[in-house]
Design a protein around this ligand. Structure first.
Ligand code: NAD
Ligand code: IPM
Ligand code: MN
Length: 373
């Protein structure tokens, strides 16, 4: 969240006296590089955490054939408070089976139905759209995270012949759609430095072309909107929404959309904030163990070269702290990231010259300086 008066509404209930347990899945490519940097601030932030690393990755799969082992879901759900995740995806595993089993497996298996992706500009100079300020680019996308074509229902027929037929079903349930829309209303009412007097929720679909699936979204949206007269509710088709993300990002507070549209729109959201190197996300079930990951992938093109921007991972860790109820640590970390961005102590993707580790050093220096509280 941004702003001192923000209260993250999806967090865990307090458990006084117990250390929070965090599972770390660093993954592939730049995943381990950015996770390593982010974890350096855990000590200085002063919230005692118990951290356990899990090896699930392409390397682990190639050695053991294991993706997400049996029992992992229950262990994570019952024994951990949050999961900090780097990225999965490796060219040696061409069909993406590890990412599918582990990342999508956790999203579905832990029922992490809110994919919360802030689109919040850290510094005007990172925005490629001219004339847009931090106040203008300051909203959230809530991406439905347990349904849509991601459920992988479907199949193919006559594979590898000229007559091949392939079907991917787009699953939408009334319950699933309604709960993500409700989450958008909950979040829109949280103060976040918006310039709007009335909070806004915009639902994005493609009901003109997909009347069955997105007709359901429209009906659910109308009903929930009617319960929230104190919120300005609007609707855009996804094609226009893509244009408005660039043209008038200032019109949004909370944007709620389907799984696939949310995937695509949030890379665009990242682009108007400076790119994937600064985009954070949470895969959340309110009040339960949830998974926090940068929006970016494993970036095989830059892996192992010290070029990865670790700021998305730092901002992701801040979201994890919010979920734990540690809003003060989250704010300190976000302020440190803002500080290094303003000072230009950043990697090349956002106009700096630093390596991954040097950018991590800069964040750590801010957090451990005597003026950081
Ligand atoms: P990607 O996000 O890995 O990379 C896209 C582009 O952005 C690349 O040019 C990359 O160098 C750049 N980039 C990404 N993160 C960066 C960072 N922190 N700093 C600087 N530059 C950064 O997307 P892709 O290339 O489409 O996918 C690569 C692999 O990652 C694929 O296997 C894909 O399935 C997987 N993937 C995983 C996740 C995840 O684990 N959550 C998310 C997206 C993609
Ligand atoms: C993301 C990624 C994933 C998604 C892939 C790796 C399956 O792009 O987290 O945005 O599409 O959800
Ligand atoms: Mn994506």
């Amino acid at each position: 969240m941004t702003g001192a008066d923000s209260v993250y509404p999806f967090g865990l209930a307090p458990v006084p006296g117990r250390r929070r347990r965090i599972a770390v899945i660093a993954g592939d490519g730049i995943g381990p590089e950015v996770v390593e940097q982010a974890l350096r601030v855990v000590g200085p932030l002063g919230v005692p955490l118990e951290i356990q690393h899990f090896p699930w990755s392409a390397n682990h799969y190639l050695q053991t054939q294991e993706t997400l082992p049996k029992g992992a879901l229950i262990e994570l759900r019952d024994q951990f408070d949050a999961i900090f995740f780097g990225a999965l995806g490796d060219p040696r595993v061409p069909d993406g089976v590890v990412a599918r089993d582990v990342l999508l497996g956790l999203r579905f298996g832990l029922d992490l139905y809110i994919n919360l992706r802030p689109v919040q500009l850290l510094d005007e100079k990172l925005c490629p759209v001219k004339g847009k300020s931090r106040r203008d680019v300051n909203f959230w996308v809530l991406r439905e995270n347990t349904e849509g074509p991601y459920v992988q229902m479907g199949g193919s027929f006559k594979r590898d012949t000229p007559d091949e037929v392939a079907i991917s079903e787009d699953l939408n349930t009334r319950r699933g759609v309604e709960r993500i829309i409700r989450a958008a209303y909950t979040l829109a009412k949280v103060p976040h430095g918006s310039s709007h007097d009335t909070p806004r929720v915009c639902m994005v679909d493609k009901a003109n072309a997909l009347p069955h699936a997105h007709g359901l979204w429209q009906r659910a949206f109308r009903e929930v909107a009617a319960e929230h007269r104190d919120v300005q509710s609007s609707h855009l088709f996804v094609d226009v929404a893509a244009m408005e993300f660039v043209r008038t990002p200032e019109r949004f507070d909370a944007v709620v959309t389907s799984n696939l549209f949310g995937d695509i729109l949030t890379d665009l959201g990242a682009a108007i904030c400076g790119g994937l190197g600064v985009a954070a996300s949470g895969n959340i079930h309110p009040g339960r163990c949830s998974l926090f990951e940068p929006v970016h992938g494993s970036a095989p093109d830059i892996a192992g070269k010290g070029l990865a921007n670790p700021l998305a991972a730092f901002l992701t860790l801040a979201m994890l702290y919010d979920h734990l109820g540690e809003g003060r640590a989250a704010e300190r970390l976000r302020r440190a990231v803002e500080h290094v961005v303003l000072a230009g102590q950043v990697t090349r993707d956002v106009g700096g010259t630093l390596s991954t580790a040097e950018c991590g050093d800069a964040v750590l220096r801010v957090l451990t300086s005597p003026t950081s509280n």
